[in-house]
Design a protein around this ligand. Structure first.
Ligand code: GLN
Length: 471
């Protein structure tokens, strides 16, 4: 077994035990990252940072989505408008990782400002899926997902606003966790939709996700919405699901556009859960089918406000700096933002405009409340709700770029949990036509430890082997 075959947690344990040299591990991954031909990275470290390696993360290098500010290191959120921007400070989540012993290996490619589900909206080029290079890795944390799946990084972090950790994890055959809103500080995360944005791990397995999460959670005075978690994150060890009540939403089966291979893999794992001792029953999330419409009003509305700061004055790109102020604004924003970001700004501005505010933004907020209520009702009968993560496997590059609605439908199963602010994890659920599918478990707010435990038991029973993508 080479260090490449080790999970990040296993590697960290060996480093701490003195059986593996942290410098050697760094060289292995730094070499692999530098040779990246998937487009997964937008920046790779030249030298091993000097942070300690004796913390809980054991010197195991981490790849970080470009959306996180990293002091002195390009932080461009996949956007031309931030080209060359090197922030003077580091995001709290990243600060915690390096403080816990994980050196920064690389910054990962992503959809511009995290808007997208295929990574094709990046100003720095697409990312290829290591399972099939002609296909997308998912998005928006596509670089992080592809890097971990291909063994270019031992583990990575991303952000999830409506599915951007879980969906790429699913399409690349790895684990992706979106924690409860507020579990991890958003300080230094370049904002997309502030009421939804949440950082989280993308890892080879569930134990790695728990370890990476444990280092990042916590209340932060720099983010007033951060809460941390009520208990420390524990190592998931469950091997069965006895006493666990799983709800399978009827809505999964009433949805068009779920590939038959994805549905078959989902149903097989539901059966496996039963064999592991879970009680499984159908449930209803009656408003979930409206989640996507609500999300695509709320997220663009918040984005239109957050993105107002890119005016060519303070950071990044400036076009026609010698022209009058309005011309400079217009030219800078016209040249700096890509088409999807412009679409969102227009959608969001429209939804917030006087005369339409109540009809669009206000209604979407009411739907958001109804979706939270649906989940609250479900928790009276169930510990977790399970769905496929993505309705499809990875699709060919270019297949959906001309059809925004088709692209948005990728988020069908992931957006409800984002609107409700609850934790959800995607675990690899085997292959359908040689491409990974994902199984999603969602639980009540702050149920991370139980959620990780259940995911661990299922992961073990599924026995997915992702090594082919690292070859
Ligand atoms: N695909 C969704 C979008 O484009 C979700 C993105 C995300 O979670 N950041 O908005």
């Amino acid at each position: 077994m080479t260090p490449l075959d080790l999970s990040a947690a296993a590697a960290a344990e060996r480093v701490r035990a003195g059986d593996l040299d942290a410098g050697e591990l760094w060289e292995l991954y730094r070499g692999r990252a530098a040779a990246d031909d998937l487009g997964a990275f937008v920046w790779v470290a030249e030298e091993r940072p000097g942070n300690p390696t004796d913390g809980p993360l054991g010197g195991v290098p981490v790849a970080v989505k470009d959306l996180f500010c990293t002091a002195g290191v390009p932080s461009q959120a996949g956007s031309k408008i931030l080209e060359g921007y090197r922030p003077p400070y580091t995001a709290t989540a990243v600060e915690r990782l390096t403080g816990a012993g994980a050196p920064l290996l690389a910054k990962t490619n992503q959809d511009e400002f995290a808007m997208g589900s295929s990574n094709e909206n990046s100003a720095f080029g697409p990312v290829r899926n290591p399972w099939d290079r002609e296909r997308v890795p998912g998005g928006s944390s596509g670089g992080s997902a592809a890097a971990v799946a291909a063994g270019l990084a031992p583990w990575a972090i991303g952000t999830d606003t409506g599915g951007s950790i879980r969906q790429p994890a699913s399409l690349c055959g790895i684990v992706g966790l979106k924690p409860t809103y507020g579990a991890i500080s958003r300080y230094g995360m370049i904002a997309f939709a502030s009421s939804l944005d949440q950082a989280g791990p993308l890892t080879r397995d569930v134990a790695d996700a728990a370890l990476l999460l444990s280092a990042m959670v916590g209340k932060d005075p720099c983010d007033s919405t951060s809460l941390g978690l009520p208990e420390p994150v524990t190592e998931p060890t469950a091997t069965d699901l006895r006493g666990v009540r799983l709800g399978v939403p009827e809505e999964v089966f009433e949805t068009e556009g779920v590939e038959s291979g994805v549905l078959a893999a989902f149903e097989a794992t539901v059966e496996l859960a039963r064999q592991l001792g879970a009680t499984v029953e159908r449930c209803h999330l009656p408003h979930a089918p409206h989640a996507l419409s609500a999300y695509y009003l709320i997220a663009p509305a918040e984005a239109s406000s957050n993105l107002a700061r890119y005016d060519g004055v303070r950071y990044g790109l400036r076009v026609n700096g010698d022209a009058d102020l309005l011309t400079m604004y217009l030219r800078t924003r016209g040249a700096g933002f890509g088409p999807e970001v412009k679409r969102r700004i227009m959608l969001g501005t429209y939804a917030l405009s006087s005369g339409y505010y109540d009809a669009y933004y206000g209604t979407a907020q009411k739907v958001r409340t109804l979706i939270s209520d649906d989940f609250r009702a479900a928790w009276e009968r169930f510990d977790f709700v399970v769905t496929p993560t993505s309705p499809t496997v990875a699709f060919p590059l270019g297949a959906k770029t001309a059809d925004p609605l088709a692209m948005y439908l990728n988020d069908y199963f992931t957006v409800p949990m984002s609107l409700a602010g609850i934790p959800a994890i995607s675990i690899p659920n085997g292959l359908s036509e040689r491409l990974p599918t994902g199984f999603q478990l969602a639980g009540p707010a702050f149920s991370e430890n139980r959620l990780l435990d259940a995911a661990h038991a299922l992961e073990r029973a599924i026995g997915f082997d992702g090594s082919a993508a690292r070859a």
